[in-house]
Design a protein. Structure first.
Length: 721
C-alpha cells in the first residue's frame, strides 16, 4: 500500500513539474514585451528605489493604457507595485507638457513634435526624479514604452536625458489580409482579423497587436489586402472596421483601408469608375463621408491600381494622378490621405519591367494633390533579397514618396529562414540617390516634405498571423520590431536594434546576445548567397514563390519567368540594364548611373542586376564569374551551418521551447539552402559548362530531381478575396 502511495506521489510530482514547465514555457506570444523578471538584484535596486512612488498627471487615470502598461511591466520585472503619489514625493513623474507641474516642465527641453517625448532625470530638493513628458498622450505612451525598454535592456537610470520624436509621420503596417482570413504572402497562419465575430467580439490579440505596435511607434494599419475586395466599403464591413479602430485608438493607431478602384461599379452600381466622371467623384465623396461617420480619425486609402490585373484609371484613358486626386478630393475635408502605390506593371509587357514605375510616374511629378503620397517599393522589381534602390526615390522632387518594405518573407524564406531584415532596410535607406547632390540618401528623400502640406511615411507589409508566436518564426518577430524602430528613426543601426530585440525577447545574457547579434546581422547576406548572389533576382518557384526555380521559362507573361531575369546563355549570365541594354540605369542620377553602368564600378552585389557578364569575366576577387558565383552559393550554405552551430550552443541560455523551435527551423532552413544552392549551381552549369571546383561537396541529386520536385499547397497564395 505504502509503496503504491510513493509511486503515486512521485508520478504526481512529475506531472506537476511538467505542467509547471509547460505553463511557464515561452511560446513567443508575448513578443518583445515579455517583461521577464530581472534577476540581477543590484541592477534592479536602482529602479526599485526610483519607482516606489509614481505621480501620474491629470488625464492619466487608472484606465490609461500607458499607466496600465507601466504598472504591468514594473510588476513583472521588479515585482513591485508602486504607490501612486503627489508630484513632490514621486520618483517617477508622468504626464504631458500641459499637465505636469510647471516647476517640473521648466527643467525639461520643450517637446515640439506631437508624438515626441522626453525622459529626463532631474534633481529636486536633493532627491532624484525621473520625468516622462510627452506633448500629447500618444507621446506619453511612447515615452513609457521607451522607459520600459531601458529596464528590459538593463540601462542605468541615474542620468537619463532622452529627447525623441519620429522622423516620419505615417508609420504603417500593410496587411495583405483577405476577408476570408487567408493572407496573401502570409506565412504565419490565418489573418488575425476575425471578421465573422466582429464587431461584437474584440479579441485580446487585437489589443496585444496595438500594444506591440505602439511599443515601437507604429501609428497606422491598413487592414486589408491591396488586391482589395470592394465589399470592404460596404456598411456590413465598415461597422467591423469601426470596432477595430475603436480598439486601436487608445494606442495612437489609426486605421486605413485598401480600396479597389472599381468600387463605384461593384458597391455603388455605377456604370463606370472613370475618375473624371462626376457621378463617380460624388460616389467617392459620399462613401468617404460615410466612412468618417464610423471612424472619425480614419487615416485614408491605400490603392493598387493598374497593376497585376487590378482595375485603375488607365482603363479610362486617365493616369495615376487623375485616379489618386479623385480620392484625395473626397478625403481632404476629413484630413485623410491617399497612399497610391507605384508598384505598377500592367499594360504591355515591356522589355524591362524594372523601368515601368519610373516611366509612368516621373511625368506626373508635381501633379498629385497635396494629400497624396506615392508609395514606392524599396526596389524596382519586387522585394527580392537584394535590389538596388528604386530609381523613383531620386526622381520625384515635387511629390512626397513613402517607402514600402516587405516584412513578410515572400522572397526570403517564408517563415522558416532566419533572415533579419534590419540590414536590408538600412542598405536601402542609406543608399545615396544624389538627387540633390551627394548625401541625398533615400532616408532623406522620404523624410523631406516637397511642399508644406506634404505627408511623410513608411509602410511595411505585415508578417503577422494567427500563429501562436504571431510571425511563424521566433526571429521573424525581429523584422516587425526593426521595421517600427527604423520607421521612427532611420538613422538607428541594425545592430543596436537587434541587440535591444534579443534582450527584450530572450535574455540579457551577453554570451547569448553578442553572438546572436552577429548571426542576425549576417543572416541577410546568407540568404542572398544561397538564393540570388551577385545581383541575380526573381528565380524562385512560379506562383508560390517557394524554393528555387531558375528553369521557369513558361508563364502567363514573360516577366513572370525566371529566364527573363537571369538570361543565362552559353556566353554568360545577367540582365543588361546598362546603356548598352534596357537603359534602366538612365533612370538614376548621373553619379549613380555611371557607377552602375560600368561593370568595373558596379558593386559585385548588383553586377548581374545591371550586366550580362561572361562566365570567364575576372571579378574583383581574381576569380572568374563562374567560380565566384559557385563560391557564393556554397558560402550561403556554410554560413547557415555556422548559424546552426552557434544556435545549438545556446541551449539552456534561453527558454527551452523557444530554443527547440528555432533549432528545428534552422534545420529546415539548412535543407532549403542546400536545395537552392544545388538546384541553381547545377542549372547554371548547363550554360557555363564549367566544373564545380574541387573541394566543394557535390550536389546529392541530378538537376532533373530539383526540377521535378513539387510542393503542394505552399502557403501565401491569395488575392482579391
Ligand atoms: O510581390 C508581389 C506579390 C503579390 C503582391 C504584389 C504587390 C499583393 O507576389 O502577391 O500582391 O507583389 O505588391 O501588389
Amino acid at each position: 500500500m505504502r509503496k503504491q502511495f510513493r509511486v503515486f506521489g512521485l508520478l504526481a510530482f512529475v506531472w506537476m513539474f511538467t505542467w509547471a514547465n509547460h505553463c511557464f514555457a515561452d511560446d513567443g506570444y508575448k513578443l518583445w514585451l515579455s517583461y521577464a523578471k530581472i534577476s540581477d538584484r543590484a541592477f534592479a535596486a536602482q529602479y526599485n528605489q526610483q519607482l516606489k512612488q509614481i505621480y501620474f498627471a491629470e488625464g492619466i487615470g487608472s484606465n490609461n493604457v500607458a499607466r496600465i502598461e507601466l504598472m504591468k511591466g514594473v510588476a513583472a520585472m521588479l515585482q513591485l507595485t508602486p504607490q501612486v503619489t503627489k508630484p513632490g514625493d514621486a520618483g517617477l513623474l508622468i504626464g504631458t507638457q500641459k499637465t505636469l507641474p510647471a516647476s517640473v516642465i521648466k527643467t525639461l527641453p520643450a517637446v515640439t513634435h506631437d508624438e515626441g517625448y522626453v525622459i529626463k532625470t532631474i534633481t529636486t530638493n536633493n532627491h532624484k526624479q525621473v520625468v516622462i513628458a510627452g506633448k500629447t498622450q500618444t507621446g506619453v505612451l511612447y515615452g513609457v514604452f521607451n522607459f520600459l525598454r531601458l529596464l528590459q535592456t538593463q540601462q542605468p537610470i541615474s542620468t537619463l536625458n532622452i529627447n525623441e520624436y519620429p522622423r516620419l509621420e505615417r508609420r504603417v503596417l500593410n496587411h495583405w489580409d483577405n476577408l476570408n482570413r487567408t493572407v496573401e504572402r502570409g506565412y504565419a497562419g490565418a489573418s488575425i482579423w476575425n471578421w465573422h465575430k466582429l464587431p461584437g467580439y474584440i479579441e485580446q490579440q487585437y489589443i496585444d497587436y496595438a500594444r506591440a505596435n505602439a511599443s515601437i511607434g507604429i501609428n497606422g494599419t491598413v487592414l486589408n489586402n491591396v488586391n482589395a475586395n470592394a465589399l470592404m466599403l460596404s456598411p456590413e464591413y465598415l461597422v467591423k472596421v469601426k470596432a477595430l479602430a475603436d480598439a486601436f485608438r487608445p494606442y495612437g493607431i489609426r486605421v486605413y483601408l485598401s480600396v479597389k478602384f472599381s468600387s463605384p461599379i461593384e458597391v455603388g452600381k455605377l456604370k463606370t469608375a472613370d475618375p473624371l466622371n462626376s457621378e463617380v467623384r460624388q460616389w467617392w465623396k459620399d462613401k468617404v463621408d460615410e466612412i468618417y461617420k464610423y471612424v472619425p480619425d480614419f487615416g485614408g486609402f491605400l490603392v493598387k491600381a493598374n497593376s497585376e490585373g487590378q482595375p485603375g484609371p488607365q482603363a479610362y484613358g486617365r493616369n495615376h494622378a487623375d485616379g489618386a486626386n479623385m480620392m484625395a478630393e473626397a478625403l481632404a475635408p476629413h484630413n485623410g490621405i491617399v497612399m497610391w502605390r507605384a508598384f505598377v506593371y500592367d499594360s504591355n509587357p515591356l522589355n524591362d519591367r524594372a523601368k515601368q514605375a519610373y516611366d509612368e510616374f516621373k511625368p506626373l511629378d508635381g501633379k498629385f494633390a497635396d494629400n497624396v503620397i506615392v508609395q514606392v517599393k524599396n526596389g524596382a522589381i519586387d522585394f527580392q533579397p537584394r535590389e538596388p534602390f528604386h530609381p523613383l526615390f531620386g526622381a520625384m522632387k515635387k511629390t512626397p514618396l513613402m517607402m514600402e518594405f516587405q516584412i513578410t518573407q515572400e522572397y526570403t524564406g517564408f517563415s522558416t529562414h532566419l533572415f533579419y531584415e534590419g540590414p536590408l532596410f538600412k542598405e536601402v535607406l542609406g543608399a545615396d540617390t544624389y538627387a540633390e547632390g551627394k548625401g541625398t540618401t533615400v532616408a532623406k528623400v522620404i523624410e523631406k516634405k516637397p511642399h508644406s502640406k506634404a505627408v511623410t511615411g513608411i509602410a511595411g507589409v505585415s508578417n503577422i498571423g494567427t500563429d501562436r508566436n504571431w510571425c511563424g518564426h521566433p526571429f521573424a518577430q525581429s523584422n516587425w520590431y526593426a521595421f517600427g524602430r527604423m520607421a521612427w528613426n532611420p538613422e538607428q543601426s541594425s545592430a543596436q536594434i537587434a541587440d535591444d530585440w534579443l534582450r527584450m525577447t530572450f535574455t540579457n545574457n551577453k554570451s547569448f546576445v553578442q553572438p546572436m547579434v552577429q548571426q542576425m546581422l549576417q543572416s541577410r547576406e546568407n540568404t542572398v548567397n544561397y538564393m540570388t548572389p551577385l545581383g541575380l533576382h526573381h528565380i524562385m518557384g512560379i506562383n508560390t514563390h517557394y524554393g528555387p526555380g531558375p528553369w521557369v521559362n513558361k508563364a502567363e507573361r514573360p516577366d513572370w519567368t525566371s529566364v527573363h531575369y537571369h538570361k543565362a546563355d552559353s556566353l554568360g549570365i545577367g540582365f543588361d540594364r546598362s546603356s548598352t541594354g534596357s537603359k534602366a540605369t538612365s533612370q538614376y542620377a548621373p553619379q549613380v548611373q555611371q557607377m552602375f553602368d560600368n561593370p568595373a564600378t558596379c558593386p559585385d552585389s548588383n553586377l548581374l542586376w545591371f550586366h550580362h557578364v561572361s562566365w570567364t569575366y575576372k571579378m574583383r576577387s581574381g576569380k572568374t564569374l563562374w567560380f565566384e558565383l559557385v563560391h557564393h552559393y556554397y558560402e550561403g550554405v556554410d554560413s547557415v551551418r555556422r548559424l546552426q552551430t552557434v544556435w545549438n550552443g545556446m541551449q539552456g541560455k534561453v527558454d527551452q521551447e523557444q530554443f527547440n523551435s528555432v533549432k528545428q527551423l534552422i534545420a529546415i532552413q539548412l535543407q532549403e539552402a542546400i536545395r537552392w544552392r544545388d538546384a541553381c549551381v547545377l542549372y547554371f552549369q548547363t550554360f557555363s559548362k564549367q566544373p564545380i571546383p574541387a573541394g566543394y561537396e557535390k550536389p546529392a541529386h541530378p538537376l532533373s530531381y530539383y526540377r521535378d520536385q513539387q510542393f503542394h499547397f505552399a502557403p501565401g497564395i491569395g488575392g482579391n478575396i
